[in-house]
Design a protein around this ligand. Sequence first.
Ligand code: MV4
Length: 499
Amino acid sequence: MFHKVLVANRGEIAVRILRACHERGLKTVAVYSDVDRTALHVRYADEAYNIGPAPARDSYLRMDRILDVARKSGAQAIHPGYGFLAERAEFSQACRDAGFTFIGPTPEAIRGMGDKVFAKRSVKAAGVPLVPGTDTEQEMTDEELLAAASAIGYPLLVKAAAGGGGKGMRTVRRQEDLRDALGAARREAQGAFGDNRVYLEKLVENARHIEFQILGDQHGNIIHLGERECSIQRRHQKLIEESPSPVVYDRLRERMGAMAVAAARSVGYTNAGTVEFLLDQEGNFFFLEMNTRLQVEHPVTEMVTGVDIVKEQLRIAAGRKLRYRQEDIILNGWALECRVTAEDPYNNFLPSTGRIIAATEPTGPGVRVESGIYEGFEVSLYYDPMIAKLIAWGETRAEAILRMRRALNEYRIVGIKTSIPFHLQLMDSPSFIGGQFDTQFLEKRFKMADVEETQYRDVAAIIATLLAHQRRQQALAMITEDPARSWKMYGREKALQRI
Ligand code: MV4
């Protein structure tokens, strides 16, 4: 059992983990880079240590420095959060070797799922449906891949074996483009992962991205906490997530959930993880990959299941048995999450930096905020632009959307541009409200209204009020004046409405 936990992360997720530790009576240690000296996670922890300069590779990615701090502070366990070192098998291994409890999966499970080719092979053996593609028993040459492509059929995707999250992916619609795509994908994969292995999959079009939250203890128990719908994304960055999915019904959830558990079991998975699926228009689903970490969007699952996933991670890492059986997990209501990023949605989501001079967070029924910022905080370009998450829960999806819209309207962040106006517009989109969208929706079918339209909404409201007032004054004047004047006024008013 451990009594002190080092959180090897920053921002909102570090704060989230520190809170779970404090609830369980654990002492906490934060690490921070030079620019994060005054960050929120530093203030929330019992102790905090500087681990180097702002660039992540000099601080949050320095395993050696983080392990030094763990030793120096007397921490016995390390939580990696998401991003940074969370999915590095070497880090899980290094923690184990140095005698610390890694609050996450084993290096074997991370390595197994990190290699997409290996992962596909092990989940296939467990009976999990895969997208038709190259059978990946051994490494394939370009010639072999070209031959395999004809059997799979077009359009198809070239994917990197060491990839994930859309990195190193290429769509090929015609046979004559495949050779070039293979070359480009191999070069990109070599540069990004130091591994040029690629494989082919049939392209599943108009699909939704549905993922299942998994929890597994060290006693062989694995359960799922239902699904999250993550199709609202832009360039592989999710912007909104929800649970449950508007298109997953009970019977489908049971089938997909059982497959998610089987996938996790096939690599001996422990702790929290996520199994990603594509769900096509005919209702077929296919395993995509498994994320071996706590995810950004875990709160929507917490809101509908009532399970505190981070606290469960701590219990699992301490060797305790899962507190829940599959039949104990009941989905209640609906939850949405909007990622608040320091980006300008009116300007192609250009990163926005600077000091936050004022911030007011929404509260009230069904609203949860996971934030890493405060008034006076300086948003830099060094890290991910996500600065906070806004989560809304409702008994129904409609109530969750109404609460989200209300909460977005309460949110005030002054000093930088944020994605809040984008989220507000999306909450008004008939396609979103109707639950009709896929992974292409944002990029292909949704358009932000112009900045002018919304920026001058207040001005328009003031003008409208003044006009209405003026008309009323004129109407009063009409009663005492020439009766023909009211007809002229009526005509003028109609003419105005046609503008
Ligand atoms: C696919 C696909 C269609 N067909 N595989 C992108 C991220 C990585 N996890 C896998 N991805 C995809 N794989 C086949 N065979 C479409 C995507 C995809 C996608 C998946 C999830 C969420 C957003 C996406 C956006 C574009 C493409």
